[in-house]
Design a protein around this ligand. Sequence first.
Ligand code: PAF
Length: 281
Amino acid sequence: METCKTPAELRSHVKWLRKQGLSIAFVPTMGYLHAGHMELVHRAAQVADRVIVSIFVNPTQFGDPRDLETYPRDVVHDLAVLKAADVEAVFLPAAEDIYPEGSETIVETMRLATILHGEVREGHFRGVATVVAKLFNIVQPEYALFGEKDYQQLQVIRQMVRDLHIPLEIIGCPTVREPDGLALSSRNVRLSPEDRTAALVLNRSLCHAEALVARGATVEQIVAEVTAMIAAEPRATLRAVDVTEAVTLRPVSGKPNGPIAIMISAEFGGVLLIDQREATP
Ligand code: PAF
């Protein structure tokens, strides 16, 4: 497995792969890899000849410097699991490689980045779109894979790829869960055992929301019942419950007549978790 630290090193490795006519699937990550990331890596290996993974804790998508500082990191472990998964190359840039002195270009999906989760975390999706666009330009893969758990992020990236005519295919992959239903996230490690148990309310309330959709409930009922379930968990601080049209994330009301997305964000002991479900009435 090749470890490339600079864009130039990565590009030269990609050139060598291209000379052999090999296709590339790319999995961008911020490291601290778990089974959810590895599922993306395995799926990537099914769609292309070679898999490239990036590990970069992107400073521009963190509003709170403490959140950036405390974001979990374990590069030694990450490299070991990626090697075992037969990954072709890992891109491990430093912040100065991605944002060299004097950088001033940003990428922003004007509507999608500023609604819902983007309203709560101002600038977050601008940071994500900017770094992902840079990574796509460096790696130039045929495919890029993202988890559906970060649902709004996935839609932001799909929109950016369409708008900027970036020649690659985005593949969204289902959320991987612990046996008790907790969505895998690098942040879970920061949960106390009590908060981890409390966080199960996210998946429970999403299952309930899905059942409500199947029973023909209105969007207002879904929001009210999910909000009440999370409010009943004393260790949870609800940040948002959003029910929107799937993919476009446009507002819906009344009885939905097409696929909807239900997105929740809540804090448990100061750790912000998100989870989501797509449901069709
Ligand atoms: O989902 C993530 O881990 C990050 O937001 C991403 C897509 C790697 C961009 O930094």
